[in-house]
Design a protein around this ligand. Structure first.
Ligand SMILES: NC(=O)c1ccc[n+]([C@@H]2O[C@H](COP(=O)([O-])OP(=O)(O)OC[C@H]3O[C@@H](n4cnc5c(N)ncnc54)[C@H](O)[C@@H]3O)[C@@H](O)[C@H]2O)c1
Length: 351
């Protein structure tokens, strides 16, 4: 494996921003069987500061330099979504295994290119849906799989985030909007728990919190609701919001023929304050970074393990591709004010 000491997997994180640093810290400090050998960021100072903070010697500004580095066996692609396709295809052609953050890309066709490039090169492709590594989500899935609530009928999932949308997101035709950046996780959760593909969606969106975007970007939405029909008739409901102020809210409900399961916590910690002024007070989870810390680590470790030990990644290219197809259909539905069929292509989820 690239001639590193101890036969460890050499990892390079491409994109040293918010999410990139979560992965980089995991590979630098926690993941076993891996060594963080380089970091890339188009912004030189960002890459250098990240390297300094993590004790990594090599900072690159160009991802092509990392792909030419023999010590790098695998890359984690954590740059803005519009860049995912080209970097993943180039990484596969250079023989590097890939963990690509969600959303996988901008269109199903870009995802197909990425899957084909990784298949041709014989490298692993894992997509960053870390909820599939979260203890609570996994436990719920296992209990449902064991029949605890009967047959799944409806999956409801929501993600409402505190972040103020950045301006590049305002043009939803160019960015795929909050449905992609915030709610891709919910789409994957719906597919995962339903065990089936979404074939049709109807979505509505509205801009309630970003008045500065209204005039120039009338289609921008910071709140959305989407109803989904699965191929086998199951039902899905998703809601999403950006800039909510109260915290980071990620919850799922699965309704079955014999019961219901609730997944997700909203409390920051186990502290309950009681006072005359505030009544009973608990703090809301502030950020995805706090809520899913262990899930990000779980996905990073699983990526290393599936390369070293063999086997399929738990979250595959097809999972990323199907979520992107639903994102595209949802945005079209918002723009056209009509139900839209999802571009399923020839791929299907595994059983
Ligand atoms: N799984 C999750 O929960 C989660 C959370 C946040 C972000 N993300 C995803 O991760 C990706 C990055 O998001 P972020 O919030 O970290 O963004 P960010 O803006 O904080 O960081 C992106 C970094 O990429 C760098 N960059 C831009 N172009 C580059 C290039 N050509 N080569 C190398 N570096 C380049 C930027 O300088 C920046 O430092 C997005 O696809 C986003 O949707 C996933």
């Amino acid at each position: 494996m690239g001639g590193k000491k101890d036969g460890k997997l050499g990892v390079c994180v491409i994109g040293s921003g918010r999410a990139g640093m979560i992965h980089a810290r995991n590979f630098a400090h926690r993941a076993s069987g891996a060594e963080l050998v380089a970091l890339v960021d188009a912004n030189k100072a960002t890459a250098e500061e990240a390297c300094k903070a993590l004790g990594v010697r090599t900072a690159y500004q160009e991802y092509s330099d990392a792909l030419a580095d023999d010590r790098v066996d695998a890359v984690v692609v954590v740059v803005p979504t519009v860049l995912h396709r080209d970097i993943v295809v180039a990484a596969a052609r250079a023989g590097k295994h890939v963990l690509c953050e969600k959303p996988m890309a901008m269109t199903p066709s870009e995802c197909d290119d990425m899957i084909a490039a990784c298949d041709t090169a014989g490298v692993k492709l894992q997509i960053g849906f870390m909820r599939r590594f979260d203890d609570s989500f996994v436990a719920a899935w296992e209990r449902i799989d064991a029949g605890e609530i009967g047959e799944v009928v409806l999956v409801k999932s929501l993600t409402r985030g505190p972040s103020v949308p950045q301006q590049w997101m305002y043009d939803i035709r160019a960015s795929n909007g909050p449905l992609a950046e915030v709610n891709s996780h919910d789409i994957d959760t719906l597919r995962w728990f339903a065990g089936c593909e979404i074939e049709e969606v109807y979505a509505i969106g509205g801009n309630f919190r970003c008045p500065e975007a209204r005039e120039k970007y009338p289609d921008f939405y910071d709140n959305l609701s989407m109803v989904c029909r699965f191929e086998d008739g199951k039902q899905g409901i998703l809601d999403g919001a950006a800039s909510v102020g109260y915290g980071y809210d990620a919850r799922t409900e699965i309704v079955g023929t014999k019961g219901v399961m609730f997944v997700g916590r909203i409390e920051q910690d186990g502290v309950v304050g009681c006072s005359t002024g505030a009544g009973i007070a608990r703090r809301f989870v502030k950020s995805w970074r706090n809520l899913f810390t262990e899930a990000y680590f779980g996905e990073d470790q699983a990526f290393v393990d599936c390369i070293r030990e063999g086997g399929e990644p738990r979250v595959r290219g097809i999972d990323g591709r199907m979520a992107v197809a639903v994102v595209n259909a949802g945005n079209r539905s918002i723009l056209e004010r009509a139900p839209v069929r999802v571009e399923l292509g020839t791929g299907r989820r595994r059983g």
